[in-house]
Design a protein around this ligand. Structure first.
Ligand code: T4K
Length: 370
């Protein structure tokens, strides 16, 4: 039993006194939003930190996803994963686009590239894969398929802040990549998000779209939305960035402790460490198999009873939700691997302030359960 509940995550917060000078500047200059100085500085700082060319800040990751699809004028059908947070598919429906669900590879929980081609139809215009848990999709195969069929690729990179693949930012892959800076993410601005894009022209279109479509004071070029990040969130982001390196180190330590402690527990498996990747240890999913003494839900409840709040990310599958289950691609027999992962998964607590002792408490509960 732990004294205080342990959550799947706890937000990183900088020392409060370090934030006060930023607030004083906002109070002084009275620029609260609309591409203010902190907004501009954070876009610049994130480009440098992440190693990307252009980045447009957003109020959250969901509006960024919706806008990314609009920016590339995506229509018709889009291939995506059923194993994600519901915002991924919602961004398609919000644009009047039909989601086409394709099964995942259970070793990565990402779209299975072997299953993408068979789902392409004359209406397909894009692929919307998710770097689930921050683990890279098979970006080379996806790019090859997209090039062959003339499709755009928009990565939902909500989990992939700071992930390096083959020595460079994973966010450099795809026509666009979308980040979330929600409180539960490895880098947070309370709420926030961003679109990463390769060229200045696309960035300009995105900037118009997130500001109602205004190109100048009197010209509106598209039915845009209000997706702008405020100066408060941008200032916080600048400060958070200063501390992000330490947070990443600690997250990776915790992942290592869990992997060691759970390596030999019969019936419990973890995803393989992805090759060529410097990860961000944003999530720690375990999968409860048939040879474990308890069902997944019984273990989940046992943890809860002990004050350990894991989460079943991602259960239920998006394709099982009422607004999606009628689509032909949502049929259960087509999504066998995704279903298996959704029915086995528990994401364990992982965040920088989690103590080693707490990690061992969680791991011991799992290894000793019967
Ligand atoms: N695409 C993907 C693949 C995503 O995972 C997400 C978001 C998005 C797109 C959309 O991005 P945003 O529009 O959100 O920027 C959470 C988050 O709300 C959501 O951002 C996230 N994915 C999803 C995976 O998880 P919940 O409903 O599980 O969050 P909640 O409130 O239950 O929080 C989980 C735990 O975190 C709590 O038990 C305690 C702790 N917590 C949470 C918050 C919000 C805190 O300690 N403090 C807090 O302020 O959805």
């Amino acid at each position: 039993m732990s004294d205080k509940p342990i959550y799947v995550t706890q937000p990183d917060l900088p020392p409060l006194e370090e934030f006060i000078p930023y607030l004083e500047q906002i109070w002084e200059n009275k620029q609260l939003t609309n591409n203010g100085p902190f907004h501009q500085q954070l876009e610049q700082a994130l480009c440098e930190y992440l190693g990307v060319e252009h980045l447009a800040l957003f109020v959250n990751g969901t509006i960024a996803l919706v806008t990314a699809l609009q920016a590339l004028r995506i229509t018709g059908e889009v291939i995506t994963t059923p194993y994600s947070f519901v915002a991924t598919a919602h961004s398609l429906l919000r644009n009047g686009i039909k989601p086409v669900f394709v099964d995942i590879d259970p070793n990565t929980c990402n779209l299975d590239p072997d299953r993408i081609e068979e789902a392409i139809t004359p209406q397909t215009t894009a692929i919307l894969p998710v770097h689930c848990y921050g683990n890279p999709c098979d970006v080379e195969r996806i790019e090859q398929i997209a090039d062959t069929f003339g499709l755009k690729v928009i990565y939902d990179a909500a989990h992939a802040f700071g992930v390096q693949y083959k020595g460079e930012s994973l966010l450099r892959h795809g026509d666009l990549a979308v980040l979330s800076f929600h409180a539960t993410k490895v880098f947070n601005t309370f709420e926030g998000g961003a679109i990463v894009c390769p060229d200045a022209k696309t960035k300009q279109r995105i900037d118009y779209l997130k500001n109602f479509g205004f190109a100048d004071e009197v010209t509106v070029v598209a039915p845009g939305i209000n997706g702008k990040m405020s100066e408060f969130n941008a200032a916080l982001g600048l400060l958070q960035l200063k501390h992000h390196g330490e947070a990443l180190v600690r997250r990776n330590q915790i992942e290592t402790r869990y992997r060691e402690a759970l390596a030999d527990v019969p019936g419990i498996s973890l995803l393989p460490i992805p090759p060529d990747t410097n990860g961000n240890a944003s999530y720690l999913p375990i999968f409860v198999g048939d040879d474990y003494p308890l069902s997944r839900d019984a273990l989940y409840q046992k943890m809860k009873d002990a004050g350990i709040n894991g989460r079943r990310y991602f259960y239920p599958l998006i394709s099982d939700m009422p607004m999606y289950r009628g689509f032909p691609s949502a049929k259960a027999e087509k999504l066998v691997a995704a279903r298996g992962s959704a029915e086995g998964v528990i994401c364990l607590p992982i965040y920088p302030s989690l103590l080693d002792q707490q990690v061992y408490t969680v791991a011991t509960l799992i290894s000793d359960a019967q």
